[in-house]
Design a protein around this ligand. Structure first.
Ligand SMILES: *[C@@H]1O[C@H](CO)[C@@H](O)[C@H](O)[C@H]1NC(C)=O
Ligand SMILES: *[C@@H]1O[C@H](CO)[C@@H](O)[C@H](O)[C@H]1NC(C)=O
Ligand SMILES: *[C@@H]1O[C@H](CO)[C@@H](O)[C@H](O)[C@H]1NC(C)=O
Ligand SMILES: *[C@@H]1O[C@H](CO)[C@@H](O)[C@H](O)[C@H]1NC(C)=O
Length: 535
């Protein structure tokens, strides 16, 4: 189709949508979206598509260099392309550096050396985020144009900074949608989410909600460390940037705290029970759907597995390649199980690949997990894959690598539907044992089915809930009635330390006076006694 015709079609569709909505409820809105990339974008896109279908006009700000946001082909969204000085290649190279660091270098480094390396690699991403922000906030013409559009709402992901700043500049409410941050730092420190250190674990992958004395001690120290690190180190540069742009002293965290709603992509099937706030909502699994039929060749292979069934194996879209040694070891292990294996892998075909294993560039993961022959899922533990496994009730063998993955697998392990392996230390036999455990021991399948039933038994589908709350904020121009007053308090007021200090001082003064009085009386009595004895 020629570009002009495409624009026309897009325009017609938009008009149709807008009319349909305005005829219906008269509540059409204009939504601005701050970009987020990779798997975060895939999730957000589903929400945006639903908003479009309901007649809202969606405008997405998009950096000219990005991974997955295809702003050139036809789409129901309007794209505002932000010219950025980096290219897709530099972005991909930075990602590869990051992956190499996690997969191959970190295991050989000490904790502090590793941390220093991570901070260095993350600085590259921060720089790119800043350049993306610059392309908006330093462009008065774009700001004026966006202001003129009179958006009702901005949707952002707190893991890609800048959205809240643009919302502040345009003076519009904003809503967050994301998985959740590492150790809940952003929700806890900026969103005001209460997290009692006695049963809400902060350490990714390490702890569950049942902690021993030593673990609780570790947890509380970890919370304190996080507070200092995030406020004083990681967010410092951004706080300065935000203050400069807004022309008043502020911090990244304070600006984040202004979010009207936090839509979190998990649910009680995944989370440990914990306190929650009224402006937080769970929308986990919003991308999950019933399985569709498989491609014919794949279905034939799956059916050929007989009563043993199949194992689905994917390390996600970021890990395309393993070292030769690792891939051979994995292939050897897979060749020794009675199940058939569908492995999503783009690297060189391992020499030890068994007849029961097929390698694919891409697999329809959700449809495979929903297939009645599927027995187990080997995954890196990304939130999307975890939710597909919960949705379809499939036990997991988790090989977590970085970011939220260790934490995700730890949750699934604690819920009894996963076994965890470490890619750096595992042997072929470990993988065989893990697969046999989750397949032979029925407790894993039972737990998976139990969580699946919990997931399906909700008053509202997660996607509908996400859209409801976004529309709610548009209808009411915010959700201030859900916002806890915690945001107005300083940290010592929040913990009532000032009151405690006052009470302690008061009690101390009372004790002091009492002791003094006693002494005084005793002395006086003593003197009277002495006098009596003398007489
Ligand atoms: C890490 O250490 C292992 C053995 O200790 C070694 O085989 C490997 O080559 C090292 N990797 C790097 C990147 O130095
Ligand atoms: C996979 O990595 C190896 C080195 O570890 C490299 O030689 C090979 O070219 C890579 N293959 C692909 C498809 O990226
Ligand atoms: C588990 O089941 C497989 C067949 O699926 C069988 O080969 C293996 O021996 C079983 N392992 C145990 C420990 O029962
Ligand atoms: C199955 O796994 C559970 C949880 O790890 C364990 O408690 C139970 O003993 C296992 N059952 C068998 C028969 O191995």
């Amino acid at each position: 189709m020629r570009p002009a015709a495409m624009v026309l079609k897009k325009w017609l569709l938009l008009v149709l949508w807008v009319q349909e909505c305005c005829w219906g409820s008269g509540a059409c809105g204009k939504v601005l979206v701050w970009p987020t990339d990779a798997s975060h974008w895939l999730n957000l896109k589903l929400v945006l598509e639903e908003l479009s279908l309901r007649g809202h006009a969606v405008t997405v700000l998009v950096p000219s260099a990005n991974l997955l946001i295809d702003y050139e082909s036809f789409s129901p969204f309007t794209f505002e392309v932000l010219p950025v000085p980096f290219t897709k290649e530099t972005f991909t190279a930075a990602l590869e550096d990051f992956l190499r660091l996690w997969l191959y270098e970190l295991p050989n480094l000490s904790y502090w050396e590793g941390m220093a390396k991570v901070v260095k690699v993350m600085a590259v991403f921060t720089e790119m985020s800043k350049q993306t922000c610059d392309s908006v906030v330093l462009n008065p013409r774009l700001i004026a144009k966006l202001r003129q559009e009179e958006f009702d709402l901005l949707i952002s992901d707190p893991l890609s900074p800048g959205g809240e700043l643009v919302a502040e500049l345009l003076e519009i409410p904003f809503v967050y949608t994301f998985r959740f941050s590492e150790g809940n730092t952003m929700e806890r420190l900026c969103g005001g989410l209460p997290a009692p250190p006695s049963y809400v674990p902060a350490i990714a992958g390490g702890l569950t909600d049942r902690m021993s004395f030593v673990e609780r001690m570790k947890n509380i120290i970890f919370y304190a460390l996080q507070d200092v690190l995030f406020h004083q180190v990681f967010w410092r540069e951004w706080s300065q940037y935000y203050s400069d742009v807004l022309g008043r002293p502020t911090t990244l965290c304070e600006t984040m705290g202004k979010a009207e709603m936090w839509l979190i992509r998990t649910y009680w099937d995944f989370e440990f029970p914990r306190p929650f706030l009224p402006n937080f909502e769970f929308v986990g699994g919003l991308h999950c759907q019933p399985a569709k039929p498989l491609p014919e060749e794949m279905e034939e292979f799956v059916q050929s597995s007989g009563e043993h069934g199949i194992v689905v194996f994917s390390l996600g879209s970021m890990i395309n390649n393993l070292t030769e040694e690792k891939s051979n070891m994995v292939a050897l292990a897979l060749s020794q199980i009675p199940q058939k294996v569908l492995w999503r892998y783009k690297g060189r075909k391992p020499d030890t690949l068994g007849a029961n294993t097929r390698v694919y560039d891409w697999i329809p993961q959700n449809d495979l997990l929903g297939h009645p022959k599927t027995k187990a899922f080997i995954t890196h533990g990304g939130t999307n894959g975890i939710y597909e496994a919960i949705y379809h009730g499939i036990p997991i063998v988790g090989i977590p690598m970085f970011a939220d993955q260790p934490d995700n697998i730890a949750h699934m392990k604690a819920k009894g539907m996963a076994v965890e392996l470490d890619l750096n230390t595992m042997k072929a036999q470990d993988l065989i044992d893990a697969l046999n455990t989750v397949i032979n021991n029925s407790s894993y399948k039972e737990n998976a089915m139990r969580l699946s039933q919990i997931h399906h038994d909700q008053p509202m589908k997660p996607l509908d809930r996400a859209v409801f709350w976004i529309e709610f904020v548009m209808r009411h121009k915010g959700a201030k009635h859900l916002r806890p007053a915690a945001h107005q308090l300083t940290w010592y007021q929040y913990h009532c330390l000032d009151v405690l200090a006052f009470l302690v001082a008061w009690a101390a003064a009372a004790v002091f006076i009492a002791v003094k009085c006693c002494c005084f009386c005793c002395k006086k009595c003593g003197r009277i006694d002495k006098k009596k004895k003398m007489e």
